[in-house]
Design a binder for this molecule. Structure first.
Ligand code: FAD
Length: 398
C-alpha cells in the first residue's frame, strides 16, 4: 500500500498532500517549523488567472474563491525623488512614464515584436520549452535589443521588485515568460494574503510540525524517513536544503547532486507596518535599483483588504538591514516611524541565472530511484504558481 512522506510544509508540500488525500493515498507532511506555510506567509499577489491557473484551481477547490480581491493593475514607479503611476507594463502606460525618453518609447514596439518572435517557445508552466532562450542574462539582452533606460526602468524593476535580485543574474527566459503575460496582466490577492491558502490546506491534511527530517535511507523498495517506513518520499523543501538531509546524496546520481549543489537563493528583508495613507488605487511602488535604494518594492496589499491596512516594504541583498529599508522607505512615505521590526528571509527566492532552466530540464528528464519525487518553486520560477504546479506534478507521479 502507498504511504507518502512529504518533506516540507510550505505551499508545495501542502498542495501535494491535499491532492494525494483527494486520491485516497495516505501521507504525512513533515515540517521543521512549528507552523506550516513556509514562504507563502510573505506572498501577496497573484499575477493573473492565466499564468496562475493552477493556483486559481486550488483556490476554488479550497472554497476560497470569495476571498479573491481583484486589484486595478496600476503600479507606482519611483523616479528621481517622485512616484509616478502607470498601468503595469502596458505599452500605453509606459508611454506616459517620464523615466523613458522618446527613443525608448519608440523601442517598446520592438519588445512586442520579440515576444511574437519567441512566442512558440514561451510557456509559463513549462519553461523547459524555451531552453534555447536560456543563454544570456536579462541585462545583456535588454541592453542589446532595447536600451539601458528600458533595462533601468522597465525590465530591471520587474525582476528586482518581484524577486528582489538583479537582472544581471537572471536568465532572459524567465523575463520573457513573465513579459509575455505582463502586458495584459490582472493582479489579484486573497483576503488576509496568500497565507490564506496554506492556512486552508494545513487544516485539511496531516502535518507533523517541529519535525525536521534529518535522515532518509532506502529500505527495500521503500524508504525510512526519520526511521519511519514509507513507500514514496516527496521532497518539498528549498532546493538548497535537499542535500543537508543525511542519506539523500547516496540515493542520487552525480548529476542530480550537482543540480542541487547549484541551487542558489537570494536573501530578502521585509517590514510590515501601519501607515496612514498610500497612493490611491496603486498596488505597490517599484523602486528601480538605479535609484540607489535598499527598498526594491513597497506593497500596498493591506489597503485592498479593509481588514488589514498595512504596507510591506521589501529589499533584497546579502547585507540589507531593517534600518536601511526604513531610511530609504521614508523617501516615499516620510512619516514612517523607526523602531519597526522586520523579518529576514535568508532563503527568499530561488535564482535562475542563464543556463539554469537547461539544468532544470535535464533534472526533470533524468531517471532516478523509483518513489523519489521533487517539487518546489526552484523547479519552475520564483512564485506560488510554481510551488502549486510542481506539487500537482509530484502528486501525479506517486
Ligand atoms: C518576501 C517574499 C514575497 C513573496 N511574494 C510573492 C508574491 O507576491 N507572489 C508570488 O506568487 N510569490 C511570492 N513569493 C514566492 C512564494 O512565497 C514562494 O514561491 C512559495 O511560497 C514557495 O513555496 P515552496 O513550498 O516551494 O517553498 P517553502 O515555502 O520554502 O516551503 C518549504 C518548507 O520546507 C520546510 N523545511 C525545510 N527543511 C526541512 C526539513 N529538513 N524537514 C522538514 N521541513 C523542512 C521549511 O520550513 C518550509 O516550510 C514571495 C516570497 C518571499 C520570500
Amino acid at each position: 500500500m502507498k504511504k507518502v512522506a512529504i518533506v516540507g510544509g510550505g505551499l508545495a508540500g501542502l498542495t501535494c498532500a491535499f491532492m494525494l488525500q483527494r486520491k485516497g493515498i495516505a501521507n504525512v507532511v513533515f515540517e521543521s517549523s512549528a507552523g506550516a506555510g513556509g514562504r507563502c506567509a510573505a506572498a501577496t499577489y497573484l499575477l493573473g488567472r492565466e499564468p496562475y491557473s493552477n493556483t486559481f484551481g486550488l483556490i476554488e477547490s479550497l472554497g476560497l474563491s470569495r476571498a479573491v480581491i481583484e486589484i486595478p493593475p496600476v503600479a507606482g514607479q519611483f523616479y528621481k525623488g517622485h512616484v509616478y503611476r502607470h498601468r503595469v507594463s502596458s505599452a500605453t502606460g509606459l508611454l506616459r512614464f517620464k523615466g523613458l525618453n522618446i527613443a525608448d518609447k519608440a523601442l517598446l514596439s520592438r519588445m512586442a515584436y520579440l515576444l511574437v518572435r519567441y512566442g512558440s517557445k514561451l510557456d509559463f508552466h513549462r519553461p523547459e520549452a524555451g531552453v534555447d532562450l536560456d543563454d544570456e542574462s536579462v541585462a545583456t539582452f535588454v541592453k542589446r535589443e532595447l536600451s539601458q533606460n528600458i533595462l533601468n526602468y522597465v525590465a530591471g524593476p520587474l525582476i528586482s521588485t518581484l524577486f528582489f535580485y538583479g537582472s544581471e543574474e537572471t536568465s532572459k527566459l524567465l523575463y520573457l515568460n513573465l513579459a509575455n503575460y505582463m502586458h495584459n496582466t490582472r493582479i489579484s490577492t486573497l483576503r488576509g494574503g496568500l497565507r490564506a491558502l496554506t492556512h486552508a490546506l494545513a487544516g485539511k491534511v496531516r502535518v507533523d510540525g517541529e519535525t525536521p527530517v534529518t535522515r532518509i535511507v532506502a529500505d527495500g523498495p521503500g524508504y525510512l524517513v526519520n526511521d519511519r517506513a514509507f513507500s514514496h518520499v516527496v521532497f518539498a523543501l528549498p532546493g538548497n536544503a535537499v542535500l543537508s538531509i543525511r542519506g539523500v546524496k547516496e540515493m542520487l546520481s552525480v548529476e542530480d547532486v550537482a543540480f542541487f549543489e547549484g541551487c542558489r537563493y537570494g536573501r530578502a528583508v521585509s517590514i510590515s507596518l501601519e501607515t496612514e495613507e498610500v497612493l490611491d488605487r496603486c498596488y505597490g511602488v517599484a523602486v528601480p535599483r538605479v535609484e540607489k535604494s535598499r527598498v526594491a518594492t513597497v506593497v500596498h496589499h493591506g489597503f485592498f483588504d479593509p481588514a488589514d491596512r498595512r504596507v510591506t516594504i521589501i529589499g533584497g541583498g546579502d547585507d540589507v538591514s531593517v534600518e536601511d529599508l526604513l531610511k530609504d522607505a521614508r523617501r516615499i512615505y516620510p512619516r514612517i516611524q523607526a523602531g519597526q521590526s522586520g523579518h529576514e528571509w535568508p532563503v527568499a527566492m530561488p535564482k535562475f541565472p542563464p543556463g539554469r532552466f537547461r539544468e532544470i530540464s535535464g533534472f526533470l528528464n533524468r531517471k532516478r530511484r523509483s518513489g523519489l519525487l521533487f517539487c518546489g518553486d526552484y523547479l519552475m520560477g520564483p512564485f506560488v504558481e510554481a510551488a502549486v504546479t510542481t506539487a500537482l506534478k509530484a502528486s501525479e507521479g506517486v
